[in-house]
Design a binder for this molecule. Sequence first.
Ligand SMILES: Nc1nc2c(ncn2[C@@H]2O[C@H](COP(=O)(O)O)[C@@H](O)[C@H]2O)c(=O)[nH]1
Ligand SMILES: [Mn+2]
Length: 367
Amino acid sequence: MINSTSADARLRIFASASSWIEGAAVRQLEQVLGRRGVLAVAGMPDLHPGHKGPVGCAVLTEGIVHPDIVGTDIGCGMTAWLLDGVARRLRVEKAVQALSKLGDAGGLEPEDAVAAGIPADVAAAHAEALGTVGGGNHFVELQAVHAMVDGEACAAAGLEAGRLVLLVHSGSRGLGPEVLARHPFVHGEGLALEGAGRAYLADHDVALGFARLNRAVLAERAADLIGQDGKPWLDVPHNHVTVAGDLVLHRKGAAQADLGLVPVPGSRGAMTYVVAPDPDVPGALRSLAHGAGRKRDRASMHGRRRDAERPNPVGNRVICADRKLAMEEAPGAYKDIAQVVADLDAHGLARVVAILKPIVTFKTGRA
Ligand SMILES: Nc1nc2c(ncn2[C@@H]2O[C@H](COP(=O)(O)O)[C@@H](O)[C@H]2O)c(=O)[nH]1
Ligand SMILES: [Mn+2]
């Protein structure tokens, strides 16, 4: 484990000396320690600095909710669906054409959203966003099982070599920012759990459910478009709050480790690792890395057109109509996912079960 410059025993960072951890991210974690009610902070190997705070961390408080730690994209996470088909039978060009249509309007009728558990007022305002990817690094990716590292766990999960998988990364779309704005707080002070904190959490939970439904609708749309039958496999949020008694656990870009297997993606040009977490590692706050994490921020990727246009190292096709986004999201913007996963393993946070290889990545259909 690397130690931060802080002598504060409440802070643990689960990365090795060879990992890419920016000093700015460690300083942001240290600032989090100064917030009201903070008992412990865990930095994951995908830790990186964010605009408003660190990404790749979990923060435990007593009796206080800090909505800005989670930020606007409440409920963001990864969903994986297992498809019936196998890669060798897939017509890639046809799949690229089909998945390009994900950029067309998705959306549910409000009554269908209500039937799926979304409150009527939220459904009326946001149902049309369900089944849409959104911007930034959200994505829908068609992948195939590339390596089965733990044969027994793969068999239990129904994995076989070449089996197609859909990985969906998206959140609560316009609802999350609305929820954050609805619950004002003083930065660093947060909200008392028994009071304004409960009101925030009620709205937060709706956004969490909305984000999960959004990913499910996206996966279903994608499976339909490529003419595959499939079923939900994994769903793991990484931007959210869980509460146990008066303990409040915030995750910002940290996957929940106590829900079973977790897909840990690298970038649109890298493998995804499916890992089996150990949620009980001391200091890790029942969390693990949610991806590779950024190595370069968006602004520093602008102008690196060659990076954006270079063929992906693992040979997948990318649908991204927005050239600026393609630059910001080039594989070189992210850390080495193999190193991140090696750090998880070295610290006992998770072991690799399977490796998935991308075939087609959909980022956005709009410029
Ligand atoms: N397989 C893919 N992985 C990707 C892609 N774009 C980003 N990523 C990884 O996902 C996480 C998500 O980060 P978040 O903080 O926005 O939740 C990121 O760290 C990357 O490792 C992609 O197109 N395909
Ligand atoms: Mn996310």
